[in-house]
Write a protein that binds this ligand. Structure first.
Ligand code: ZN
Length: 196
């Protein structure tokens, strides 16, 4: 089932997600629905707060990035198979010199800004079977993970841009929270919630 994606301005996007365990109600179904929702919106990642649940769960499928021309064969192979469920994820270490990449977010349609992040991270997480993994991610794989991880911490990529750029997109963000946007997928807008 395709779920509506929560738009910028909804308080759920600002909540720090809580950890979950294997008894979380209908978890398999939730993950299936989140995947369907992400693919329908042509996203490479989706975090639970974006469908209205403040829990530490997100999914990533970075395979569309594998089409990028400028990648090494190794990076291409990594991205092609970077399709995972992350539960109770932690960033254990972040390394390297910050690099800039133009990010976007399904909760903030039509806004893209350069965000700087560190290129190499060591992470720990549980998969959908609650098996624990420790992995090192680099480049775009690390980038997508960091963006989704921020969601479960209540952080959005627009928090990480300069004061000037924030000012420039202020009106656009206000419009998104008011539902004045045409996304080509289902969304839920905070200011329209109580006006049925
Ligand atoms: Zn996002």
């Amino acid at each position: 089932m395709i779920l509506p994606i929560v738009a910028y301005g909804d308080p759920v996007l600002r909540k720090v997600g809580v950890e979950i365990d294997a008894n979380f109600p209908d978890l398999k179904e939730l993950i299936t629905n989140m995947k369907e929702t992400m693919y329908n919106a042509s996203g490479v990642g989706l975090a639970a707060p974006q469908i209205g649940k403040a829990i530490r769960l997100f999914i990533i499928d970075a395979s569309p990035f594998a089409e990028d021309e400028d990648l090494s064969d190794e990076d291409r192979a990594t991205l092609k198979s970077f399709n995972k469920v992350f539960i109770n994820a932690k960033i254990l270490e972040e390394d390297g010199e910050e690099w800039s990449f133009n990010e976007g977010c399904l909760s903030i349609p039509d806004v893209r800004e350069d965000v700087t992040r560190k290129p190499k991270i060591t992470i720990e997480y549980k998969d959908e079977d609650f098996k624990t993994h420790t992995e090192v991610l680099e480049g775009l794989a690390a980038r997508v993970f960091q963006h989704e991880y921020d969601h479960i911490e209540g952080i959005l990529f627009t928090d990480k841009i300069s004061t000037l750029k924030k000012r420039l997109i202020k009106r656009k963000l206000e419009n998104i929270s008011k539902g004045k946007i045409n996304a080509d997928y289902r969304m839920r807008f905070p200011s329209l919630k109580n006006k049925k």
